[in-house]
Every structure is written in C-alpha cells, then in structure tokens.
Design a binder for this molecule. Structure first.
Ligand SMILES: Nc1ncnc2c1ncn2[C@@H]1O[C@H](COP(=O)(O)OP(=O)(O)O)[C@@H](O)[C@H]1O
Ligand SMILES: [Mg+2]
Length: 325
C-alpha cells in the first residue's frame, strides 16, 4: 500500500481551510488495520497480499473483520483513508471501476434495502420492488461475482440490527453470510458501535461470529506512542499553516485530556483550534481562543483544560473536581 503524495503548501485562507479539512492524521492504528486485512486475503509467492479473499475449503466462505468503536472514534476516517491509500483496493463508484464497495447503512434501512444498495453500487438498478429479501440477496451474491468485487465495507452496520417492524437479527446475520458466500469470494468488513459484536454473537450456532476477526479502536492514553503521534500531527499541521504552537503550553496534551483521548473527537478539536487561528489570521495559538472553542461544544465545568496556568496544576485541579469520572 502506498501513501499520498507530498503536499503543496497552502497560501490563501481558502487554501489553508481546505487543506486542514482534508488532512488525515495518522494515529497508529493504520498498520493494525492493514495487518488485519492481510489475514483476509491470499498472499503471492513474494509474500504480497493479493485481491483474492481467503476461502475456507470446508465451508466455501471467505473471512470478515469487524471494526468496533463508539461514534466519533474515527472508524469511518480510518477505513476511507486505508482505501484511498491502497494500491490493491479501489472503491467502485458511479464514475470509477473498482474491486471494493463501500456501503453506509442508513439508520432506517431494512435488510432488503441493504441488498438494493449493494446492487445499485454494482450498477444494477432494476430490482423488482416486489422481490423478496431472500431473492434480492441471491442477486447480490451473483452480481458481486460479475462485477469483480473482492471486498465490501459495511459502515454503520449496527443499524441493520435495530429492533422494530420488519427487522430480524437472524435475517441480518444471514445477509452478512450471503456476502461471504459469494462466488469467487468477497471479504467483508463491518464497522459499527461495540454492540454490533453482541448482535452477531447472538446467533445460536456462533458460526458467523467465528468468521470475523475483531479490531477495537481504543482511546489515546497520555504518554503513549499514539499521544506522541497526535502531538506531531498537530505540530506539523500548524507549521504548514504558518501557526506557532507555544511549547510550554502543552496544547496537544490538553486537547487529548479534554476529549478523553477519543481519537476522532480529539482530532476535531485540534483542527477547530487551528482553523480558528487561520480564520482570525493569528500567528500564535492562545489559551483564550482554545478555551472559547472548547466551550462551544462542552459545558459543565467552570474550569477547562485550557485554563491559562501551568498544565500539571490544571490537570490536578480538574481531576480533583471529578474530571473523567
Ligand atoms: N485520523 C483522522 N484524521 C483526521 N480526521 C479524523 C481522523 N479520525 C477521525 N477524524 C474526524 O473525526 C470525526 C469523527 O470520525 P469518524 O471517522 O466519523 O468516527 P466514527 O466513524 O467512528 O463515528 C470526523 O469528523 C473525522 O473526519
Ligand atoms: Mg462512522
């Protein structure tokens, strides 16, 4: 897998804003995801991953991976970025050929609706509205082979397990299994909130669950390699935008603390603070602005992690106030 080309330095305010918005900040889980992907596909004589999913000779089924994390943990950003950076897998869209489908399940979707979404992504729009769900899924298995699809990512997958009229858990599990039973093999990645794991585990035989590897996104803890990476990303983006980050302020540490190390949320706050400096044409970051931005999305405490005092003391005070309980 390759990485994106080096950036051109953004000059105008518009360029800077657009540059920052698109920036992906590596947080150390990219390699872990790639490692998981390697397990789903055959390798060639050189040890390189191929696009051929590994198939269990006993069942004829391919394997799957579940990516689990709370909303805002950065699942979607990580999966999309992995696809963008990959030279092996390309997303199939209306204007691009590709061997990978990326489906985002809408909250209200039925199981048949997912089949329709997949069919549409493979270029098939003629599904008879009266078709039964089981027939639609038979079509899916067929179309995936025809279209040369080797991997499907189903994001927000927990939505297919929502209880309510016309929804059944076993039907949802069966539909996932259909994908893994498609002709030629299709590796399946499902992403969702942690309860997704329990839904799949609820199948009495547990056989679908056993086909999935698990990848849990975790928070960035202080003092770890991931925390260091966050600080580096923050610093590099600031430098690219021509913004100075005062060393003694410990801003990256404060941002991670403010968002309890939750990856996506911490990155969002970090970018919001940088964006504010760009928009206001300030060359240096300040506690005052960071605090103002933080307060826009958080309430509760009088004191914030961006209180203008020595970081160790602020942290102690906040913890004494019950921060993070
Ligand atoms: N590594 C990253 N680099 C840049 N932005 C990120 C990164 N991870 C998450 N984000 C941003 O954080 C927010 C939440 O991330 P998202 O991927 O949507 O989380 P999830 O899918 O787990 O709910 C999004 O605005 C996303 O763009
Ligand atoms: Mg998401």
């Amino acid at each position: 897998m390759t990485s994106s080309p080096p950036d051109k330095t953004p000059i105008t305010l518009t360029e800077k804003t657009a540059w920052l918005k698109d920036r992906y900040w590596r947080f150390g889980m990219e390699e872990v995801l790639e490692d998981h992907l390697h397990d789903l596909f055959e390798i060639d004589d050189e040890g390189e991953m191929t696009v051929q999913p590994r198939i269990d000779p006993l069942t004829g089924e391919s394997k799957g991976l579940m990516v689990l994390g709370r909303s805002g943990d950065g699942k979607t950003a990580l999966l999309k970025r992995t696809l963008r950076a990959s030279s092996t897998f390309t997303e199939r869209t209306d204007d691009q050929e590709g061997n990978t489908l990326y489906i985002t399940v809408p909250p209200e979707a039925t199981i048949k609706k997912i089949a329709e979404l997949i069919l549409a992504k493979t270029g098939y729009h003629k599904l008879d509205p009266r078709a039964r769900s089981a027939d639609a899924w038979e079509m899916v298995m067929h179309r995936l082979g025809l279209a040369g699809i080797r991997m499907i990512v189903i994001d927000e997958c927990h939505h297919i397990f929502r209880k309510g009229s016309g929804r059944d858990v076993m039907g949802a599990i069966q539909s996932l299994k259909h994908i893994m039973q498609s002709a030629g093999g299709v590796a399946l990645i499902i992403a969702g909130v942690p309860s997704l794991r329990g839904e799949i585990l609820s199948e009495p035989s547990g056989e679908t669950f056993r086909r999935f590897q698990e990848f849990h996104l975790s928070d960035i803890r202080p003092g770890t390699r991931e925390a260091k990476l966050f600080e580096t990303n923050f610093g590099k983006s600031a430098a690219m935008l021509g913004i100075e980050v005062p060393d003694e302020a410990f801003l990256p540490e404060r941002i991670l603390f403010a968002k309890h190390g939750q990856v996506g949320r911490s990155i969002e706050l970090g970018k919001a603070i940088l964006h504010d400096a760009v928009a206001r044409k300030r060359g240096v970051l300040s506690f005052e602005r960071a605090e103002a931005i933080y307060r826009k999305s958080s309430s509760g405490f009088d004191m914030t992690p961006f209180h203008a005092a020595e970081w160790g003391a602020v942290q102690q005070e906040l913890e004494a106030l019950g921060w993070g309980q």
